[in-house]
Ligand binder design. Structure first.
Ligand code: PLP
Length: 476
């Protein structure tokens, strides 16, 4: 009987038994990684080797060790020696909310399909809007990632600032967005998806510290206008990705106000500093933004993928995907904040609000204050440490928990240094003890670290520099 077949798939004992075993494995994984008895953050294999392994596995009769193999073959983000990409080491409770969300699978597009989580989403986005210093008519949504949130914000911006009915008629004239050349590539991608083309992304040069050179704004705006481009939005990065530099949000906001532009802040990485009493000042001026993006899965200790998109004026959130004015909060009998699919790109999405809700409910805002402050402080310590070494050079003083630096030797020219640092990073990757990345800044290759683990200490960073030095000497 078919029903017997499905009874087996959904068998309670299976779920309970496997579930307990997986939780036990993950607990051990956390224990090893956090207390660093596990030496490696990554057991690096080439893409072909990895593909072959999983092909064989797929075709074999094995399945008992599926979770074990997956653990072994992934990058261990909770390890204090993970200093790579900007992905959170999730607080374990959020792995439980992810599990619950996966099984309950309420998609949230309409209220009945997400009663609890849609209410939670309203509560947590209200908390975030309040942190921005906004009034009660501010609103937010949660969506699947900073990339999608930035695109949604720019669609809202165009809807709010351009009179033409682009939603129905398509583009009728050249439009543009201003952003620093150092901004995350997803802003350019969003502009291109929106049909703005190459000319529609007006890049403002960065100054020596890699933040937007706001003295260039007037000239860039005048030039774009001369070329017939109607600028409707300006984006500030808080911070930018490669170096972690915060743009001057006060200056950008004032400029936006002068020219009646939409002011968007991409705070995917460092918007969480709004919770840090010590570093909140980096976001001065954010209160004047029309929209702000903050990733939960970066500096807010949540699993991928969840992003808050916040609007100073809630009407703008309802207008994004609508051309008629029936969304206006003052014109409707009841604001249907609970039918989330109206305001998000997604129709169905994961039950992501649970992550935000449990962290705020169980640990309070203090968790984010402590976490952001600790990581940004640690970056300053790392900078000091680097300054004490003759054979290391830092790209720029860190404003956040992102630090770019490189090994130097006076006798090597730029090309040779780039080559050497590229080789160092390759060797570190294959050794697997540390995981860090690399980036090219103004033609020079730098090693790039983001201090994501709340367990990374100065001693790990000291050891990282020793390892790099030893690797560099072994290369020659
Ligand atoms: C500043 C900034 N914006 C946007 C993004 C993209 O966010 P996501 O990876 O959540 O799509 C990133 C990712 O690193 C980022 O650093």
């Amino acid at each position: 009987m078919e029903s017997d077949y499905f009874q087996k798939i959904y068998d309670n004992h299976f779920f309970d038994g496997e579930g307990r075993a997986v939780i036990a494995q993950l607990t051990e994984h956390l224990e090893y990684n956090i207390h660093n008895t596990s030496k490696k953050t990554i057991a690096w294999k080439s893409p072909e080797e990895e593909l072959n392994f999983w092909r064989h596995y797929f075709e074999s009769g094995r399945n008992k060790d599926f979770f074990e193999e997956t653990l072994r073959r992934t990058t261990h983000i909770h390890n204090p020696k993970y200093v790579g990409h900007q992905v959170a080491a999730p607080a374990p409770i959020t792995a439980l909310t992810a599990l619950v969300g996966a099984l309950l699978n309420n998609g949230g597009a309409v209220f009945e399909m997400g009663m609890a989580t849609n209410a939670m989403e309203r509560i947590v986005t209200d908390v975030l809007c309040e942190k921005m210093g906004w009034e009660a008519d501010a609103r937010g949504i949660l969506t699947s990632g900073g990339t999608l949130a930035n695109l949604t914000a720019l669609l809202s911006a165009r809807r709010a600032k351009i009179d033409e009915d682009i939603w129905n008629d398509g583009l009728t004239k050249p439009l543009g967005v201003m952003v620093c050349e150092e901004a995350h590539y997803c802003i350019e991608r969003a502009a291109k998806i929106m049909g703005l083309g190459e000319k529609g992304i007006v890049k403002i040069p960065a100054s020596h510290n890699f933040a937007m050179d706001v003295t260039q704004l007037e000239a860039a705006y005048a030039q774009a206008t001369k070329e017939g481009i109607t600028i409707f939005a300006i984006v500030g990065s808080a911070p930018s990705t490669a170096t972690g530099a915060y743009d001057n949000l006060e200056a950008i906001g004032a400029f936006a106000n002068n020219y009646n532009l939409w002011f968007h802040v991409d705070g995917a990485h460092g918007g969480a500093a709004i919770f840090s009493r010590k570093y909140r000042h980096l976001l001065n001026g954010i209160e004047n933004a029309d929209s702000v993006v903050i990733d939960g899965h970066k500096m807010m200790l949540m699993p991928t993928i969840t992003t808050a998109l916040l609007y100073r004026n809630g009407n703008d959130s309802y207008a994004t995907f609508s051309q008629t004015a029936d969304y206006l909060l003052t014109e409707v009998d009841e604001e249907d904040w609970y039918n989330l699919g109206k305001r998000t790109f997604e129709c169905t999405k994961t039950m992501m609000s649970m992550h935000w809700f449990v962290l705020l409910k169980f640990y309070g805002e203090e968790l984010f204050d402590k976490f952001v402050t600790r990581q940004y402080d640690l970056a300053k310590d790392f900078e000091l440490l680097l300054e004490q070494q003759q054979d290391f050079e830092i790209a720029v003083s860190p404003a956040s928990n992102i630090i770019c630096f490189r090994f130097v030797k006076p006798e090597l020219n730029r090309g040779e240094l780039n080559h050497l640092n590229g080789q160092i990073r390759e060797q570190l990757l294959s050794q697997g003890e540390f995981y860090l990345v690399q980036t090219k800044l103004r033609g020079s290759l730098f090693l790039r670290t983001t201090l994501m683990s709340p367990f990374t200490e100065k001693q790990h960073l000291r050891h990282l520099l020793q390892t790099i030095r030893a690797t560099a000497h072994s290369i020659n």
